[in-house]
Design a protein around this ligand. Sequence first.
Ligand code: TTP
Ligand code: MG
Ligand code: MG
Length: 443
Amino acid sequence: MHHNLVDAGRPLFLCRSASCKAPQSVAATASAGGMSQPRRPVDFAAATPYLVHDTFRAMSCITKQIAHLDLDCFFVSVERIKDPSLRGKPVAVGGAPGGRGVVASASYEARAFGVRSAMASSRALRLCPQLILVRSRHHEYGEISERLATRMEEIAPVVERASIDEFYLDFTGCESLYQNNLAGFMHSMQKMVADEFSLPCSIALATTKTLAKIAVGTVKPNGVCVIPPGNEESFLAPLPIGVIPGVGAKTEALLTRRGFRTIADLQAQSEEHLCALLGASGGWLHAVAHGRGSDTVSVEHTRKSISREETFAKDLRAIPELEGELRTLVEDVCATVREKGWRARTIQLKLRYADFTTITRARTIDPTDDDPVIFDTVQSLFRAAYDREQAVRLLGVHLSNFDDAAQMELPLNPQRQHREELLKAVDRIRAKFGDDVIHVGGA
Ligand code: TTP
Ligand code: MG
Ligand code: MG
């Protein structure tokens, strides 16, 4: 039976349990992207001897094989399942243009007009008057994301959920389970997501997470990109520096002023020179430009939420007192988030009144681990939600939708770096002396 697993030319499917039914479409075939041959389920237990063999091989050359999958205009694509008439049209999911509504996700047809995520809905409508603006339904997106995560775990040995619509899959050391044709399997995976979830996605396979993330951006939408080991630098060379995760508008402008345009320009510089220009982030930039970067796919990052709740000994009514409680809860969850090196995007408030009526309110913001930013969000959710008529029995703060800080953002300037050090120091003091001794002020 073990022989069958590695029979050359035979399609196979990797599956965790005997009861797991593999769909026809996920067959990994010998030809890249080929779907026509039938396939048999394979389970991890039976495959173990081969995994061990491959793992030794992988350890001896330490070349990783990491796939990054990101859904294309995720929220819009979900809305298109429900309403197929939205297909092929400029669509955005987001808040109403009247208030402070912003675009969460824009279809590629809308992007042709300049519409982007995080843009005010009113501006998006000015840029593209025929834009169809759909209100977001976060609950549904989260559920689909969960189901997709479960499916990914059936087809790959190590899966990290990096955000609501993206995953890292580590295939290092088990290439033989995929017919030694991971490139072909990337196409199979993309087809599986389309067939089973009716969602378009893009996938890149590379030797680091950072490179896979950059690569996926170059083939969106609906693309597959494979960077064979050894081709990292040549792949990166012609790309603009702005594609590097963590290089925001400020760093890009600074580098452009110094004559840097493409990653090739970075490759031509020594690490010392880049560090002199950018401080600690120069070292990271140098590494990424040469095809290195973050390469640990960690299941732990998959943890979905961090939350704290407090049921009060006596119901509370006074706003300063309630906001004081919220501040303590925020400090608590933020310390955990920083400890993990994560940043939260979705901030949720839970409020239970004396009569047990419970409401939750959430907002998605730029990824952060900063107490005042999260507290401001929680406070504004609370002020909008609290009816001031009843006393409050319980308050809760819930963070989710995490990004890996190490991979997402560089310490772009000394001020930010200094602030991070300050927050870490605050965590250490709180751990030693208790939560009440110190509070962090605004940035
Ligand atoms: P992204 O993967 O960044 O964006 P996208 O899937 O809409 O488009 P693409 O990947 O094809 O470039 O984010 C995933 C979802 O997260 C997105 O559909 C909506 C949500 N989101 C926000 O709510 N606010 C934001 O600012 C961003 C960037 C995303
Ligand atoms: Mg996406
Ligand atoms: Mg994404």
